[in-house]
Structures are given as C-alpha cells and as structure tokens.
Design a protein. Structure first.
Length: 88
C-alpha cells in the first residue's frame, strides 16, 4: 500500500483535518510539473517556436542583445538582458 493509498484510506475513515492536509500536500507533490529551465545571459536558450535547442550566434555587448537561432526549425530571435532579468 503506497502513501496515497494510505492517505485516501485515512480520508475515507475520517481521521480528521490532519489527514486532509497531508493528502493535499502529497497530491501537490505528485502533480508538480518539472520546472522549466531558466535561460541565462550568455547561454543559448530554447526556441520560442518549437522549444528546440537554440544556438547563440552572437552577443551585442553595447545594446545587450543575444542573437540566436534554432538548430531544429531554423527560427531566428533576439532577446535582451533586461528581458531575461524580468523572467527570473
């Protein structure tokens, strides 16, 4: 019998609010999606079109822009350092 089975059994038997709190936290842990990796300045990111691997073409240090393209669909995009800071 796994943890969720024990929690559901405890809920069915009505052991109190503690069982409900444990059940909601255990369910939240099971349903949690893996965190999306955060893009860092100076490293290639994921393609905004197909989520493929990005390739960093060059960095404009004056305007703080990264020029990238997708290795899978060939989509090209730019992102500023300020946009990356705002995302985190």
């Amino acid at each position: 019998m796994g943890l969720l089975d024990r929690i559901r059994t405890a809920q069915a038997q009505g052991e109190g609010s503690d069982a409900t709190a444990v059940a909601s936290s255990a369910t939240a842990d099971v349903e949690t999606q893996p965190a999306k990796p955060r893009q860092e300045w100076g490293k290639p990111g994921r393609c905004p079109q197909c989520n493929g691997r990005g390739y960093l073409d060059h960095i404009d240090l004056i305007d703080r822009l990264m020029y990238q393209h997708c290795t899978e669909c060939r989509h090209e995009w730019t992102i500023t350092e300020a946009e990356l800071v705002a995302q985190s």
